[in-house]
Write a protein of this length. Structure first.
Length: 447
């Protein structure tokens, strides 16, 4: 449990004790009249720290908006002492110390609610085959006292918990905290999940006695069973939550969607690749639709409640049936992009597609990340990368930018640490010892 300093307010200490190792968050009351400066990161040791190596432990220094957080954990055994030392707070800079179940595998600083106040997030992975992830963070209200924030367990959410058996990873993506994990079928072994990947986005909101990370959107990728041309999915949404079902389709294929729901104010929209401009709006067309796909790429079928029902915090239990007919499904955009450096229609990029990537302790290259590249010639390019589950053409504010210049790779964010190695026809790139990408040379050079 938490061992806060003696100067911590009784309310803050009580909440920290109540929520234990689940979550606490540091929010500092800074002015919000200007965009927050980029965070800086200093890791010692680098790679070993990110991996949570028992031999070296974890040590990272994070700075944003003039506040510094020094995060350290020995990572020895299954129970470890996490220590977070703040610097720059107006009243109390005493360290916060907490026992965690597992090892620390990463830490980030951000300002999710854009109030000019940085937050520090520490990611913990439990021992054992489940490798369950948890979050520890801290908040200083009005720069004077620490208070906690509650992250509800996945098991308490009826939709997010379906198929969950651990192996989750946390990361800050834009103005959201994202939790990502594989999905398991009823008979799946621990090492062989077959249900794809789920991504849960949380927004930071005021809670009853502190701060709360509340589910904002769930993203699931639709996978048809071998030989099938449709899939039936079920779920539950409440309030302003929404669920995106992502389906890869080819131009000219025909998609069919039907929704059965317990709430008459629940509908679906179909969003084309790289756009929020729906090609089907359920509240207008009704909850049955069929149409031809105008382009290749990932389409999102978004299930939601109308605003009036969302404001009343109503819920809906639904069954969604999605079908696809026409030419062969599957595949991703060519990494080589368009020849002649022509722009991809509707974008500033010379090529878009997906590259192998991973976040945190996941196996390197175990996921796919959407990319867009702007080529400058002579081996120079800017590569825009979105986290798994996001589309670089759609989530422009949630993209990382890597700059390639000959044999040098850097980040457009000078505070990010980039390690890059070229071998044969591809680059291996690690950012902040936490994000990993495999970049084919053809993505940068074209051809």
């Amino acid at each position: 449990m938490f061992r806060p300093s003696s100067n911590l307010s009784s309310a803050a200490a009580a909440q920290a004790s109540q929520h234990g190792a689940v979550t606490a968050l540091l929010v500092l009351g800074m002015a919000c009249t200007a965009p927050p400066p980029a965070p800086s990161v200093d890791s010692q040791p680098a790679t070993a720290a990110s991996a949570g190596s028992p031999a070296t432990g974890f040590s990272r220094t994070l700075t944003m908006q003039g506040i510094t957080f020094r995060v350290s954990c020995p990572n020895r055994g299954s129970i470890n002492e996490l220590r977070i030392e703040p610097e720059g707070l107006l009243t109390d800079n005493s360290p916060m110390v907490q026992d965690v179940d597992g090892t620390v595998v990463g830490a980030e600083v951000a300002d999710l609610n854009a109030d000019g106040s940085p937050e520090v997030y520490v990611y913990v992975q439990s021992a054992g085959s489940g490798s369950y992830g948890s979050l520890v963070a801290f908040s200083a209200n009005n720069l004077k006292s620490l208070s906690g924030i509650y992250l509800p367990p996945v098991a308490e959410h009826p939709q997010a918990s379906k198929g969950y058996m651990g192996h989750d990873v946390f990361a800050v993506v834009g103005d959201r905290l994202v939790q990502r994990f594989p999905l398991y079928g009823n008979t799946d072994a621990n090492a062989t999940p077959t249900g794809g990947t789920r991504q849960v986005s949380y927004r930071l909101e005021p809670g009853e006695a502190g701060w709360l990370l509340r589910v904002d959107r769930i993203v699931d990728r639709v996978a048809f069973k071998p030989g099938a041309s449709s899939a039936t999915l079920s779920g539950t949404i409440k309030g302003d939550e929404s669920i995106d079902y992502v389906l890869d389709a080819r131009s000219g294929q025909t998609m069919s969607v039907s929704l059965e729901t317990s709430n008459a104010s629940s509908y679906f929209n179909v969003l084309p690749p790289g756009s929020e401009a729906a090609i089907a709006i359920g509240s207008t067309t009704g909850n049955t639709w069929s149409g031809a796909m105008p382009a290749d790429g990932d389409y999102r079928i978004r299930v939601y409640l109308m605003r009036n029902a969302a404001r009343r915090n109503e819920s809906a239990t639904f069954t969604l049936t999605v079908g696809m007919t026409g030419s062969a499904r599957g595949g991703t955009a060519s990494a080589g992009g368009v020849r002649g450096d022509a722009k991809v229609a509707g974008t500033a990029y010379h090529a878009t597609g997906k590259v192998p990537c991973s976040v945190g302790p996941d196996a390197k290259g175990s996921a796919q990340c959407s990319f867009g590249v702007i080529r400058r010639g002579n081996g120079q390019a800017e590569l825009y990368l979105a986290d798994p589950g996001f589309d670089v053409t759609l989530d422009k504010d949630q993209s990382r930018v890597l700059q390639f210049a000959g044999e040098r790779v850097t980040s457009a964010n000078a505070s990010e640490k980039v390690t890059a190695t070229r071998s044969g026809d591809e680059w291996s790139v690690t950012v902040n010892d936490f994000y990993y990408y495999t970049i084919p040379i053809a993505v940068i050079a074209g051809g």
